[in-house]
Design a protein around this ligand. Structure first.
Ligand code: SAM
Length: 150
């Protein structure tokens, strides 16, 4: 909590590419309502909504605000990952991998920590390269990846 400003409740994730992104597979979410409904059309300045029966879409593209559970069972159920003090939620890594790469691509995490990105790359049929300045965390990543079965 901060005493002189609102508490930050989100973090930015920057997606950078050389030229246009080579892949973009937009993630979808289920819409709140499905099926048929009376939908407004031909809205004019008279403020009257004419309505017609229409089909609601079953899903829509996600917005750019993504929410994740954290902690054991939220970020991951791999207890070993918590030997690192600052892990990503697996789902966050997975959502980026699915959005910006295709099967068979190579995912590089130069600061792989506990190996979350490497794990999600493997799970989603991508290759991975993981590095970390800390030998301890490289060993942790190796140990974590050894125990996986998808
Ligand atoms: C926030 S952690 C990454 C956690 C990872 N996403 C996970 O889920 O486990 C950042 C990592 O960057 C590593 N790091 C910091 N500076 C580095 C550098 N110059 N080169 C490589 N790794 C670095 C740290 O050792 C730390 O493990």
């Amino acid at each position: 909590m901060r005493s002189n400003a609102y508490t930050n409740c989100f973090e930015f994730m920057f997606v950078l590419s050389k030229g246009s992104p080579r892949a973009f597979n937009p993630l979808k979410t289920k819409t709140v309502r499905q099926g048929q409904e009376m939908l407004p059309f031909n809205k004019k300045a008279d403020g009257i909504n004419k309505k017609t029966l229409g089909e609601l879409k079953p899903e829509k593209t996600k917005t750019n605000i993504w929410e994740y559970a954290v902690g054991l069972g939220g970020s991951t159920s791999d207890k070993i990952a918590f030997e690192h003090p600052a892990i990503f939620p697996e789902k966050l890594a997975e959502d980026h991998i699915l959005s910006w790469t295709n099967e068979g691509d190579v995912v590089f995490d130069p600061m792989c920590g506990s190996g979350t990105t490497c794990k999600m790359a493997l799970k989603n049929k991508r290759s991975y390269i993981g590095c970390d300045i800390s030998r301890e965390y490289v060993e942790l990543t190796k140990k974590r990846l050894e125990t996986l079965s998808f």
